[in-house]
Design a protein around this ligand. Structure first.
Ligand code: KIV
Length: 301
């Protein structure tokens, strides 16, 4: 068996290391691709070990992890900090890093150098860029620099101010035409996968049938080649009403609140820590200490 070392990970043909090539095979086999966001070591490990195909360090961490109002404020350095942590937790999944607002809009040189930082310093395997046909040339240049790119079209949160809010895209005939042009342009540019966010199911189905690139939907219906959701959304960690497309698979907020309240109550009532949860002196030291204390007490009398 030949072993090819890739970034410290081994492709031995038997494992399930996901690559940009294996994503395309999944599309051809009609095997749904799974993707979740993760932003730190612990969540990355859990997501990877559960067998999810792709881990996205999304700029949604601006809201979920950093408490910003939208994704526009998060910086390259903040994103990189999280990408590095996630890298340490992910073995098999394909690791995608989101290029934050301002990191690729200025010029191609800056965009390539920021994308390269995610690969070189962060260990990302793919970088994600929002925008359709107007980004196709830039995406070509980043791919020319040996960096795989994921496209992201439809409701692109970095354009919130231009869109006038978080609105489902592609609802008019003109909107559908634009989305089709966007998808085809990115397909031809050679993106590794295409995130479709906030678009009607019928339009996502047309795009998925039209392009060779695997499509990953979020609020884009079931016909996409795969689905992505935000880790905090599926676990009720977002402190607000979920979007229509979110399905909650657990209530981590309740779990954490119960655990924290129980800890507080135990400390207040001296139930924590117990003797079993305490360290003890070795027998001989304890005996010696008892003798010293007894002597001191006797001298005080
Ligand atoms: O930042 C993010 O989490 C994303 C996904 C919602 C696709 O871009």
């Amino acid at each position: 068996m030949s072993l090819t070392p890739i970034g410290g990970r081994l492709f031995d043909g038997s494992g399930r290391k996901i690559t940009t090539a294996s994503l395309r095979e999944q599309k051809l086999r009609h095997e749904s691709i799974t993707c979740l966001t993760a932003y730190d070591y612990a969540s990355a490990r859990l997501v990877d070990e559960a067998g999810i195909d792709m881990v996205l360090v999304g700029d949604s961490l601006a809201q979920t992890m950093l408490g910003y109002e939208n994704t526009l404020s998060v910086t390259m350095d903040e994103m990189l900090h999280h990408v590095k942590a996630v890298r340490r937790g992910v073995k098999n999944a394909l690791l995608v890093a989101d290029m934050p607002y301002g990191s690729y809009q200025i010029d191609a040189k800056t965009a390539i150098s920021n994308a390269a930082r995610f690969v070189k310093e962060g260990g990302a395997e793919v970088v994600k860029i929002e925008g359709g046909e107007k980004r196709a040339e830039l995406i070509r240049q980043i791919i020319d620099a040996e960096i795989p790119v994921a496209g992201h079209i439809g409701l692109t949160p970095q354009s919130v101010n231009v869109m006038g809010g978080y609105k489902v895209q592609g609802k008019s005939l003109g909107g559908i035409e634009q989305l089709m042009r966007d998808a085809v342009a990115l397909d031809h540019a050679g993106v590794a996968c295409l995130y479709l966010e906030g678009i009607p199911r019928e339009v996502a189905a047309m795009i998925t049938a039209e392009v060779d690139t695997p499509t990953i939907g979020i609020g884009a219906g079931p016909e996409c080649d795969g689905q992505v959701l935000v880790f905090h959304d599926i676990l009720n960690l977002t402190f607000g009403p979920p979007a229509k497309f979110v399905r909650r698979y657990g209530d981590a907020a309740a779990l954490i609140t119960n655990a924290v309240q129980a800890f507080r109550a135990d400390v207040r009532s001296h139930q924590y820590p117990s003797d079993e949860e305490s360290y003890h002196l070795p027998k001989e030291t304890k005996a010696g200490l008892d003798t010293v204390l007894a002597r001191k007490r006797a001298m005080r009398r």
